[in-house]
Design a protein around this ligand. Structure first.
Ligand code: ADP
Length: 299
């Protein structure tokens, strides 16, 4: 059971919000979805959840196409939207009953008890949702998203607005949930993503600028020179490969090369930029921290 997102695109009033992104999620994975505000994360999550139709591309879960109102897909997906819309006048247990009925959950009373215990909502179960603190509302949002035991859980900024204690608790909940579901959750807190996830997707201006395991992202990038160009490099790969440089990666605007003793790599790169009429936006040789990598990727 995997999620396969293939080249999806979405525009709002002619403006591209998601511009052809592809990635996969497999059982046991918790993937952090990072990016600045407006990067296109929520739009992507909504398309995967089947509540927004992509303009192009495809999303499959368990080899079936996710489409608006596709009942089969919705059974496999749990979604906690960023705004966590809850019916404030309903009681906690009543709300879970209501959702469980919609999803036609078998042995619903048992499942509600299980979910209430798991999310430690016991003391709150007979309260009105509007009376709950932000932390408990977030727990209830997660309870609502998992009532039908989905194979894929999409969480849009699940920890935003929580105090530090609540934040730690919700992170622990997310880790435990990954035993049953693949999880894709958006955040703009790097430390959170490294604490909880196996891998990370970084989105910026509608495109994916990174898709790698956490270890890869955290690997000390020593002896690497990062050169961020204003221009896209995709059509220059052949030219770049002809240079006597030890290339680590070429990704959109970012060229990473190994520095080598006795070779002035910086000078070579600058000469290449000059020859090709390219503008270097940033050159970076030090060991990059996660924040720096993020800045570099989304600059
Ligand atoms: P993120 O979740 O990364 O903050 P969003 O997916 O919410 O990003 O937004 C991506 C882009 O699409 C932004 O420029 C945002 O203003 C725009 N956008 C999002 N939702 C709508 C909408 N309903 N109508 C018009 N534009 C939207």
């Amino acid at each position: 059971m995997s999620l396969v997102v293939s080249n999806i695109q979405k525009q709002y009033n002619g403006q591209k919000a998601v511009d052809g992104i592809s990635f996969e999620l497999h059982p046991g994975e918790i993937v952090g979805f990072l990016g600045p505000n407006g990067a296109g994360k929520s739009t992507t999550l909504k398309m995967i959840a089947g509540i927004l139709m992509p303009d192009a591309g495809s999303i499959t879960i368990n080899n079936q196409l996710v489409q608006i109102d596709s009942i089969a897909s919705k059974k496999l997906i749990g979604y906690l939207p960023e705004s966590n819309p809850l019916y404030k006048d309903l009681y906690v247990k009543e709300y879970l009953q209501f959702l469980g009925n919609i999803h036609q959950v078998n042995h619903l009373s048992n499942r509600i008890k299980e979910v209430i215990d798991f999310l430690q909502l016991g003391l709150m179960q007979h309260k009105k949702i509007g009376e709950l603190s932000k932390g408990y509302q977030q727990r209830l949002g997660i309870a609502a998203a998992i009532i039908h035991q989905p194979a894929l859980l999409l969480l849009d900024e699940p920890t935003s607005g929580l105090d530090p204690n609540q934040l730690i608790e919700i992170r622990e909940v997310i880790k435990l949930l990954s035993k049953r579901s693949m999880i894709l959750f958006s955040s703009h807190i790097l430390q959170e993503v490294t604490a909880v996830c196996n891998s990370v997707l970084v989105m910026h201006q509608g495109i994916l600028v990174a898709n790698e395991p956490i270890e890869e992202l955290l690997k000390p990038k020593t002896n690497h020179l990062h050169i961020l160009f204003e221009e896209e490099l995709s059509h220059l790969k052949e030219h770049i490969s002809k240079l006597s440089l030890d290339i680590v990666s070429i990704d959109k605007h970012l060229l990473v090369v190994k520095t080598a003793e006795g070779k002035d790599v910086k000078k070579m790169v600058m000469q290449f930029a000059l020859d090709m009429g390219l503008n270097i936006e940033r050159l970076h040789t030090e060991e990059a921290s996660l924040e720096e990598i993020f800045k570099l990727l989304t600059h």
